[in-house]
Ligand binder design. Structure first.
Ligand SMILES: [Zn+2]
Length: 448
């Protein structure tokens, strides 16, 4: 898109003058970003730096080469890591970030560095072997107030690749906020060793070594006055800085405790664990402003000690809860039995029969359980024995259970009658008819 605002016009103009990246970062990338490999297949090796191939035998002057060894290419004399591989070509893509100061802006240039190498003769390479290419994909121009202007190549439709042949141009912010992970422009690549940073960043704690975190987010965070990131930098609490960067926002979870560490020159090595440890101290109501607690000599030991203690306390609480629950259930069970007898006693001994089918009420909760289990339905699981508006009867032929009947005590009608697995049986109509015919027996008991 065309630059519109005064800021965009200024940035576009400065970017124009910036030109292509120079040879030094390219050479640095060739040496430091890519692997230098000797691909070994049986006793044959080829060099990722010149593509030439040579034979290694036990009798050769190079001696036996073991995996993980270093060796030297006999042609280009590069030091190489030996990898056992059958591949005849290799492609690597790595991002390099270059920090520059231009016209009062902190500029972060993101360069996609590509290397292609192949075994000589595998494929004719028109230019060189290895073949390198460098694509500048994004420039972030960050003003002293932290506001960034993006210059980038367009992306393809899927948003997962750059259109390298298109020129760089001003782009809108993608989403909003510094910590938006949809932000495709804040690339975290390898930082080119020659670093230029704004004096404001130096004031806020950026030294000669830039920390290994996403540079764009850290820089914008610092320039917009993030004191927690600055505090970590100035007190050299790099583990905490990295931890916060990974969490996605530069904010200390336990700042007062962190300050105690700094006052005692205590460097936190494992920030995630330290945060957990402070959590545990708070759980045990320890004084988290006391160096004795917050600066442990052996963090892991103290952390594990408290964690195990907490675990056993939680386990005991869980057991207590389960015990209380078991007692409650037992009480409820007894209460159910008592209530069931009170309600249903009057139906005990009732029997309806036509000579072959006999229908009797279920007379205990155990019988509900047995009926439910034998018939594979929910008469027990759904607690029909708790309901005072229905009478449950079992229709049998001899000892064989045929159907289970639910009779409403309000309407004296059969609500349902079901055989095994809730299926109707060939006796279904007969059973319902039999109950209907004898409903007077039930009515008598009900009003007795
Ligand atoms: Zn070589």
């Amino acid at each position: 898109m065309k630059p519109r605002t005064k800021l965009q016009k200024e940035v576009a103009e400065l970017s124009e003058k910036l030109g292509e990246i120079s040879e030094s970062p390219k050479n640095w990338a060739k040496e430091h970003l890519f692997a230098h490999t000797a691909y070994k297949c049986k006793d044959e090796l080829w060099c990722s730096e010149c593509g030439k191939m040579w034979i290694n035998t036990d009798n050769s002057e190079l001696g036996t080469i073991l995996l993980g060894d270093k060796t030297e290419c006999p042609y280009c004399h590069h030091k190489l890591d030996v990898t056992v591989s059958r591949k005849s070509q290799n492609k690597e893509e790595i991002y390099m970030d270059i920090l520059q100061v231009v016209g009062g802006f902190q500029v972060i240039r993101h360069i996609l560095c590509c290397k292609y190498s192949c075994k000589s003769g595998f494929r004719e390479h028109p230019i060189s072997n290895p073949y390198y290419s460098f694509f500048e994909t994004v420039q972030e121009w960050i003003a002293v107030n932290g506001k960034r202007t993006i210059i980038a190549r367009p992306m393809n439709m899927g948003g997962n690749g750059w259109l390298y042949s298109e020129p760089l141009s001003i782009k809108n912010e993608y989403g909003s906020g510094y910590y938006n992970y949809g932000d495709v422009y804040s690339i975290h690549g390898w930082l080119y060793s020659k670093i230029e940073v704004l004096p404001e960043l130096k004031k806020r704690g950026i030294g000669r070594n830039f920390p290994d975190v996403n540079p764009s987010r850290l820089i914008r965070s610092l320039l917009t006055g993030n004191n927690d990131a600055e505090l970590c930098l100035k007190t050299k609490q790099m583990a905490m800085l990295k931890h916060m960067a990974k969490e996605g926002y530069y904010q200390l979870r336990y700042k007062p405790s962190f300050n105690i560490c700094n006052r005692n020159h205590y460097i936190i090595r494992d920030a995630g664990m330290w945060n957990d440890y402070i959590d545990l101290l708070l759980y045990f109501k320890k004084d988290v402003r006391n160096a004795k607690y917050v600066c442990p000599k052996n963090l892991k030991v103290e952390h594990d000690l408290l964690m195990n203690k907490k675990r056993s306390i939680e386990a005991k609480l869980r057991r207590d809860r389960e015990r209380r629950e078991a007692i409650r259930r037992e009480k409820e069970r007894r209460e159910n039995i008592i209530q069931f007898y009170k309600r249903m006693e009057k139906f005990f001994g009732l029997e309806i029969t036509d000579g072959s089918i006999t229908i009797r009420p279920l007379e205990s909760i155990t019988q509900f359980y047995q009926e439910g289990k034998a018939m594979h339905h929910c008469v027990y699981t759904n607690g029909y024995y708790k309901r005072n508006d229905c009478l449950i009867l079992s229709a049998r032929i001899g000892e064989k259970r045929i159907e289970t009947i639910e009779l409403s005590l309000k309407t004296l009608e059969v609500v349902q009658s079901r055989g095994a697995c809730n299926q109707n049986t060939e006796y279904h109509k007969r059973i319902i008819g039999l109950v209907k015919k004898n409903i007077g027996l039930i009515r008598n008991r009900l009003s007795a």
